[in-house]
Write a protein that binds this ligand. Structure first.
Ligand code: ADP
Ligand code: MG
Length: 399
């Protein structure tokens, strides 16, 4: 789960980490009120969307010369003008894709006199099973570009979670950023605090870009992105409350309400499968037959008829779906339950695309009987390969 910059900064602040003062705003009036609470005379108005690259982004509705999603404002009137231009408009950045994201929230924050910009991130590194700290002197840039063009400017420090953060980790980070004197000490302290925040909040990723050295020699977190392990959210009700569903794919939000693991993809063949492994295999075999899956969907082991119906509806809401492949192995879940769900859902939504069903396992004969007697044009398949071939052929034929 992701949160907005201003929310992430609140969390960091609670861990004693220095961030510029600022306030979130949903309206132009709130943005002005937020600016009035700050000392000035330099303010920064920042679009709050779950995507980076806002500074270099552009608004769809504004001219090409208009400023991006991070704007320096020299007066409260400028803050007001910027807020008017940004709120409700669509910001396109390298991370949003061409469709962009509507800006519904702003963050009005203190303008900082920057001496240098650095990069510092932390993430769970699955390869080592440890927390990796990634530091670079090339702050304020796209880290992907730095990694591509000048990989020697990126230092990775891994921390064994059993041992925890040690003073030498802090020294290594400060050294990687080339800091000396008081800043070096401040950086060591910051790295330790960040590790504390990262582990106690069950983060998946915590990125600071840029971390800045100010003209008066302070280290400040100017921009941050945080994402959290969804499986640990029950331990953090406060973070759960920060969820902004308008930033998420509506189909994925709906799926999570039914406890379905659904991820939207770019293809045209909808998949409903039980078990993540079988879902992956199903997607692979669709590709092997020359088509692309429209989604990943794991209905889980113990799905009910209601769950199957919901899954069906979610798949069909995607206008790109031209056919559906249901691939169920009835182990815990019985084939007749699935068949009931499929028939009920197909009738309810007036199914207008080809549907191929492959059932195997407990009560398979009963399940197939339900499908055959449904009066619906459901194509039955015997195995995974057969099912994929059939759905690809059906979709081609329908086109
Ligand atoms: P994004 O990464 O989405 O573009 P940032 O918050 O990193 O957004 O802002 C982009 C750039 O804008 C920063 O690299 C920094 O140079 C400048 N900037 C951001 N916040 C401030 C601030 N509070 N004061 C001064 N400059 C800022
Ligand atoms: Mg940034």
């Amino acid at each position: 789960m992701n949160v907005h910059e201003y929310q992430a900064k609140e969390l960091l602040k609670e861990h004693g980490i220095a961030v510029p003062d600022g306030h979130a705003a949903l309206t132009v009036e709130e943005a002005v009120a937020a600016a009035k609470k700050l000392p000035g005379p330099l303010y920064v108005v920042k679009a709050q969307i779950h995507a980076g690259g806002r500074g270099k982004g552009r608004f769809k509705e504004l001219s090409a010369e208009a400023k991006g999603g991070v704007r320096l404002a020299k007066s409260i009137d400028d803050v007001e003008a910027d807020a008017k231009e940004m709120l409700g408009n669509t910001l396109v950045t390298i991370q949003t894709g061409e469709e962009g994201k509507q800006v519904n929230r702003l963050y009005v924050t203190d303008g900082v006199d920057i001496e240098s910009e650095y990069y510092l991130a932390m993430l769970v590194d699955r390869a080592t099973g440890r927390v990796a700290m990634v530091a670079s002197t090339e702050g304020g840039m796209d880290i992907e570009d730095v990694a591509h063009n000048t990989p020697e400017k990126i230092t990775t420090i891994t921390i064994d979670p059993a041992q925890g953060f040690m003073p030498h980790h802090g020294r290594a980070v400060a050294f990687a950023l080339g800091l000396s004197g008081a800043l070096n000490k401040a950086c060591q302290k910051l790295a330790k605090q960040l590790y504390g925040a990262f582990t106690s909040l069950d983060c998946e990723m915590l990125e600071i870009n840029p971390l800045v050295e100010t003209k008066d020699e302070q280290l400040l977190v100017l921009d941050t992105k945080m994402s959290f392990d969804g499986n640990a959210l029950y331990r953090h009700p406060k973070i759960e409350e920060m969820r902004d569903e308008t930033e998420e794919d509506p189909a994925e939000v709906e799926a999570s309400e039914y406890d379905l693991a659904y991820i939207k993809l770019d293809g045209n063949i909808g998949c409903m499968v039980n078990g993540a492994g079988l879902a992956m295999a199903t997607m692979d075999i669709i590709k092997l037959n020359g088509a692309f899956p429209a989604n990943f969907l794991d209905v889980g082991g113990g799905a009910t008829k209601e769950k199957v119906t919901a899954a069906f509806k979610i798949i069909l809401k995607d206008p790109a779906v031209e056919g559906i492949l249901v691939n169920i192995f009835g182990g815990i879940m019985k084939c007749d339950i699935i068949a009931d769900g499929i028939v009920a859902a197909a009738k309810e939504v007036n199914l207008s695309v080809p549907l191929v069903v492959r059932l195997e396992g407990t009560n398979v004969a009963k399940g197939k009987e339900i499908l055959n007697n449904s009066g619906l044009p459901i194509v039955s398949a015997d195995d995974l390969g057969d099912a994929a071939k059939k759905i690809v052929a059906e979709v081609k034929q329908a086109a």
